[in-house]
Ligand binder design. Structure first.
Ligand code: NAD
Ligand code: MG
Length: 386
């Protein structure tokens, strides 16, 4: 293997994070070799990306699209696989150093486990994996000597604040939240919001699921759980503060009261690059932040009465066991149904809350318990839709 070059697999290459990761590769082509690209349905873009980056292997999740992708890429000597299990085997390829998990939702869990088992470092965008099974994932990574580099901008900020401080205990993590498109609104307003309104995030251009999660504040709830596992802190050491400009990406307060923050324009290429390039900061020409352009950086308390999902996420992680897995599955179903115009915006927290109330808590879940909890919750959540 060439020194100084990182061999990467990108799961979810055609999405918001995946495409920006390829821009990171473009700005430092001498540092990265793309070994694997995967996508679920967007065969055209996957073919285009594969022709440009000539990975060893691609995976198209949707089996109906296999023939199309195979006939385009076989002449280029690129291996093509399809189906759910393919992800779990390709992440174990000898040549791979680091797997970027940029696929969305619970589907990230099994491939992430397989990659860690094979000793691959993880650049983790797929926060749902840590929400569902954070304890199991962190333990496995520790056993295998695998590093999990956060890609989520808040967690990257925290990680950047911690570099050089690993021996110093964290007193508090301060997660910043934009507040989403409905910041300052009340429940009577939220009752009537449409999918189109919820899909318009003020600061970030992201995939549909995380954009809805940002509008309901579930995204911040998932990030609280993600932070707990990544940084090994107690839930009461994590504060959420709304910062509508999304310039401070998060902060760490140490035991002497000093607070470190990481700042920059909202641009996911930075945290992606930091995760893939660590421990180096790679040079790039992305737009720079200027303080004089932002004379007002403001902060406020999140409104958890109106945005119930954030309170429910705190509740779930405080219950522990399989409760965050219930929270995640119920939310995935509710968001998907909202995106199909089957339910209203406020039905999302209603379904999440009812699922949390209905499902039996398992205190010390093993992998099989998570898999079963996810399945059962999805059935109950769908019943609540109808
Ligand atoms: P996206 O919807 O834009 O892209 C998802 C990618 O995953 C696509 O390539 C798609 O083909 C693939 N995919 C979808 N369903 C799949 C399945 N069942 N199996 C395999 N592959 C599947 O999503 P995104 O916004 O890029 O988000 C990806 C992950 O990164 C999410 O977990 C999200 O929470 C996290 N994240 C995203 C951002 C962002 O700015 N977009 C920021 C922080 C964290
Ligand atoms: Mg985030």
């Amino acid at each position: 293997m060439t020194e100084n070059k990182k061999h990467i697999a990108i799961l979810g290459a055609t999405g918001s994070i995946g495409t920006q990761a390829l821009e990171v590769v473009d700005s430092n082509p001498e540092r990265f070799v793309v070994e694997v690209l995967t996508a679920q349905n967007n065969a055209d873009l996957l073919i285009e990306q594969a022709a440009k980056y000539t990975p060893n292997t691609v995976v198209i999740g949707n089996e109906a699209l296999y023939d199309k992708v195979f006939s385009a890429l076989d002449p280029l000597d690129i291996k093509v696989y399809s189906g759910e299990n393919a992800l779990s085997s390709v992440v174990q390829m000898e040549a791979i150093d680091i797997v970027l998990t940029a696929l969305v939702g619970y589907a990230g869990l099994t491939p992430t486990i397989k990659a860690i088992e094979a000793g691959k470092h993880i650049a983790l965008a797929n926060k749902e994996t840590l929400v569902v099974a954070g304890e199991l994932i962190m333990k496995l990574a520790h056993e295998k000597g695998v590093n999990i580099y956060p890609v989520d901008s808040e967690h990257s900020a925290i990680f950047q604040c911690l570099v050089g401080e690993f021996q110093n205990p964290i007193e508090k993590i301060i997660l910043t939240a934009s507040g989403g498109p409905f910041r300052g609104k009340d429940k009577s307003y939220l009752e009537k919001v449409t999918k189109a309104q919820a899909l318009k995030h003020p600061n970030w251009d992201m995939g549909a699921k995380i954009t809805i999660d940002s509008a309901t504040l579930m995204n911040k709830g998932l990030e609280v759980i993600e932070a707990k596992w990544l940084f090994g802190v107690a839930v009461n050491q994590i504060d959420v503060v709304v910062h509508p400009q999304s310039i401070i990406h998060s902060m760490v307060q140490f035991e002497d009261g000093s607070i470190k923050a990481q700042l920059g324009l909202p641009d996911m290429r930075l945290p992606i690059q930091f995760a893939l390039g660590f421990p180096e900061r790679l040079k790039n020409n992305y737009p720079r932040f200027s303080f004089v352009d932002y004379p007002n950086l403001t902060f406020e308390k999140p409104d958890t009465d109106t945005f119930r999902n954030l309170a429910l996420a705190f509740e779930a992680i405080n219950i522990g066991g399989n409760a965050p897995c219930v929270l995640n599955a119920a939310n995935e179903v509710a968001v998907a149904e909202f995106l199909k115009d089957k339910i209203s915006f406020l039905d999302i927290p209603r379904i999440v809350e009812e699922c949390l109330n209905k499902i039996d808590v398992i205190d010390k879940p093993v992998l099989e318990d998570y898999i079963n909890t996810d399945k059962e919750t999805r059935i109950i959540a769908l019943e609540l839709v109808n």
